[in-house]
Design a protein around this ligand. Structure first.
Ligand SMILES: [Zn+2]
Length: 349
């Protein structure tokens, strides 16, 4: 079967090649791939900056945003042949730490977790993959290929889950206004889930006009390109989805009292910006503000994400996928093109 593989640590080493069928040891469920989403993490692995192959191997099958159809499954599990499923990315560490021991591998304490297509486990960028039944998440068949959005949606489901848990530290917490920074796939999914919660949704992005603005309006939200307007907004919740140091600085202390700033973007170290930390600290203390970070997702978040996608407008979700590239031309999926939101490799084409 064909798979997109890479030698982690070596730039531009990726290729489409024939690899053996997935081993039984990967799991009892055999899945035929339908689509694979690509993101910044894949580009980082291709650049040689990130990722690691399974122990004893030189190459890694790339891909962590999966969608496939079950071909084979044991009788005693929740998935059946024909079901559409998405594979969970992370596996608990072998110790396991206290978090992994209770199925919260997204909160792993020792960093010894593994991740499909990223860290020490082959990914989903192959024509077929195998997976353990507990790590396959069923999606609403009506979603079809839109199910490929579940992995990124799971991250935002976690962001919302944690935001609401923090909010509920005060019994009267009732957020009304949400600000999302960045209108990429992560920001737009954050905005979707905010709209599903009935919040007044504001999204900030540098791109004027175009599909991103239309998508935000499609949620009933307000699209901003002028950072100065954000200072007057005083949102109850900020979801920072760019990782841009300058924008992160603007988000600190920008909320209404008891505000929550959720950081989801991974930034490069070394970018130094001036911060009046005395002002930020003063505001955070006097307003009972919270700033926190989230990454990855556990099974519960995948299920929450699947539910959010199932309730979303299909046409709106479809407009998030701006390019579909056949497997034979997979390289094009990893190129940055103007107007891209989510780009997928389509295994059916
Ligand atoms: Zn752990």
């Amino acid at each position: 079967m064909r798979a997109i593989t890479v030698s982690p640590g070596i730039a531009d080493s990726a290729r489409l090649e024939d690899v053996p069928e997935p081993p039984r040891s990967d799991g009892a469920v055999l899945v035929r791939s339908l689509a694979l989403g690509v993101c910044g993490t894949d580009r980082e692995i291709l650049s040689g900056a990130y990722g690691s192959a399974p122990p004893g191997e030189r190459r890694l099958v790339l891909g962590h945003e999966s969608l496939g159809e079950v071909e084979e499954a044991p009788h005693d599990c929740d998935v059946r042949p024909g079901d559409l499923v998405v594979g969970i990315v992370r596996r608990p560490d072998p110790v396991p730490c206290l978090a992994c021991a209770v199925g919260e591998w997204d909160m792993c304490r020792n960093g010894r977790y593994t991740e499909r297509g990223i860290k020490e486990r082959h990914g989903y960028g192959a024509e077929r993959f195998r997976i353990e039944p507990d790590f396959a998440v069923k999606i609403d068949p009506a979603l079809g290929i839109l199910g490929v959005l579940l992995e990124p949606a799971s991250i935002l489901a976690k962001a919302w889950d944690h935001t609401e848990r923090i909010g509920q530290r005060a019994r009267a917490w009732q957020p009304k206004c949400l600000l999302v920074t960045g209108a990429g796939p992560i920001g737009l999914l954050a905005a979707l889930m905010g709209a599903q919660r009935g919040l007044d949704v504001h999204v900030f992005d540098r791109n004027q006009g175009g599909p991103k603005e239309a998508l935000v309006r499609g949620l009933g939200g307000t699209y901003h390109t002028d950072a100065a307007t954000l200072a007057r907004l005083a949102p109850d919740i900020v979801m920072e989805c760019t990782g841009s140091p300058a924008l992160v600085r603007e988000c600190l202390g920008a909320t209404a009292a008891a505000g929550i700033v959720c950081l989801t973007g991974v930034s490069e170290p070394g970018k130094v910006v001036d911060v009046d930390i005395g002002r930020v600290n003063r505001m955070m203390v006097l307003d009972n503000d919270t700033v926190f970070g989230v990454v990855n997702a556990n099974r519960r978040h995948y299920e929450m994400g699947a539910d959010a996608l199932a309730r979303a407008d299909r046409d709106w979700l479809g407009r998030l996928i701006t390019r579909r590239v056949p497997l034979a031309r997979w390289r094009e999926a990893l190129e940055h093109r103007r107007g891209d939101i989510k780009v997928i490799v389509d295994f059916a084409e």
